[in-house]
Design a protein around this ligand. Structure first.
Ligand code: GAR
Length: 210
């Protein structure tokens, strides 16, 4: 049975939300493996505590990015990964990696893309003064937080917000949004019209209603 491979670098709250959706019967999917690039990532402990195969592929042990990514690809392939799910994975994937999983890598980002890609998205939104913020789940291409958008959820920005308060409000909706996007994929309801992994845009057609 093919499953999902989750790549994480840190806390792993999105990984937890996805796993809870699976265990609670809200998402028909299977996490085959969790891979971190950081031996200290709490996501690694969460996976092993929850009987999910957990592997750290430490970039320090590889001579360059391709060698590192090739080890990640081999690990994913070894666990029969169909869909790669980035959950707080803080590295840019190369074209080499993406060619191994064409149209099969998803990411979540804590802004309404294409606004505020990159680091500190919530801080960028506050600094800009937007009144609506949110999260985006999208397919990954070679750009930074770019690629066909699957789902977005909005939250209000309040006068009294600081980065922590806004991040927490966004994180809450991330946890709802990610498993819904994975569910659409698992049900075969997502189709990327433009298959080139390096194109910045592409159209998604929903073959069914949410
Ligand atoms: C989440 O807010 C996710 O959207 C963000 O990192 C956090 C990871 O939290 N990702 C990015 O900024 C990607 N550019 P988690 O480890 O608790 O899931």
């Amino acid at each position: 049975l093919a499953g999902q491979g989750v790549l994480a670098s840190g806390r792993g709250s999105n990984l937890q939300a996805i796993n809870k959706a699976i265990n609670g019967g809200k998402l028909n999917a299977k996490i085959g493996v969790v891979i971190t690039d950081n031996p200290e990532a709490p996501a690694l402990d969460y996976a092993s505590d929850n009987n999910i195969p957990a592997v750290c592929v430490n970039p320090n042990n590889y001579k360059n990015k391709i060698a590192f990514e090739s080890a990640v690809v081999q690990t994913l392939t070894g666990f029969e990964t169909d869909l790669v799910i980035l959950a707080g994975y803080m590295r840019i994937l190369s074209g080499y990696f993406l060619k191994n999983f064409p149209g099969r890598v998803m990411n979540i980002h804590p802004s309404l893309l294409p606004s505020f890609p990159g680091k500190d998205a919530q801080r960028q939104a506050l600094d800009y003064g937007v009144k609506i913020a949110g999260c985006t789940v999208h397919f990954v291409n070679e750009g930074i937080d770019s690629g066909p958008i699957i789902l977005q959820t909005t939250v209000p920005v309040l006068e009294t917000d600081d980065v922590n308060l806004l991040s927490e409000r966004i994180l809450n909706v991330e946890h709802q949004t990610y498993y819904q996007a994975i569910s659409l994929y698992a049900a075969g309801k997502l189709k990327i019209e433009n298959v080139s992994v390096s194109d910045k845009t592409g159209l998604i057609e929903l073959a069914g209603k949410l």
